[in-house]
Design a protein around this ligand. Sequence first.
Ligand code: C5P
Length: 271
Amino acid sequence: MAIEVFAPAKINLTLHVTGQRDDGYHLLDSLVSFADIGDRLTVAKADEMRIDVTGPFAKGVPTDRRNLCWQAAELFGETVAITLEKNLPHAAGIGGGSSDAAAVLKAMEQLFDRPFDGDALLLGADIPVCQIASATRMQGIGEVLSPIKIPPLEAILVNPGVSVPTPRVFKGLERKNNSEMDMMPKTHRSSDFWTWLADQRNDLEAPAIAAQPIIADVLRELSFLGARIVRMSGSGATCFGLFEARGHHEAVYRDLKQRRPEWWVEYATLT
Ligand code: C5P
């Protein structure tokens, strides 16, 4: 029996860096959402660990212990055969590896009919939020999680094909003690949510742009195309544009894909 699981792209709608712990990890305040696009995995019981990777971004994905999926299976304590259809760019700020590893844990819970009782944080700060896989406020270094209701958001995701190592981006921060997110609106009116979201930030944007200036071009392009909110996700380089008018983002998607064939461009609904 093989279990099929979906590993959605993770999009940090906000990412405020509010401090740094003695061990070097940064304290965050981030509203994390998930897309309806992502990687697809199958997980089956096996006598030996094995990972096969296919898909448009298979190149460069390790098929041994270096793969976070492999480490997730080891932490669960069973051997499995995994197939991974890699549709998302890696080292891109959209949680590819973390979402895959969280999906493996989910699949193994079904496959072996027992809950995962290890510490998912050992695999990375983004794993616990990826286990939830719907809009969540993430604090601490990623372990304090509060599910949040957000209106579904129509987004264009753009990656200009450059990667920025996460530790380098954190190191490039001018200040580590930035403000937390403003208080979220209590009402469920989407106009209040949009106004609030527009005022928040991704503090990693500036150091990521310093490392890869093309990120600023992506943000400019998305603004030019009429996105109400443009921002980078995670430590980059993927950026997103949010469009208020339903259906509009599909036309923008086609336009951008034609004009920038070298960029990875997708449209998605974030929840
Ligand atoms: O946990 P993860 O593997 O995603 O983190 C990659 C790197 O990003 C860490 O080694 C650390 O340098 C940096 N990081 C951080 N603070 C966080 C999350 C990640 O400094 N909260």
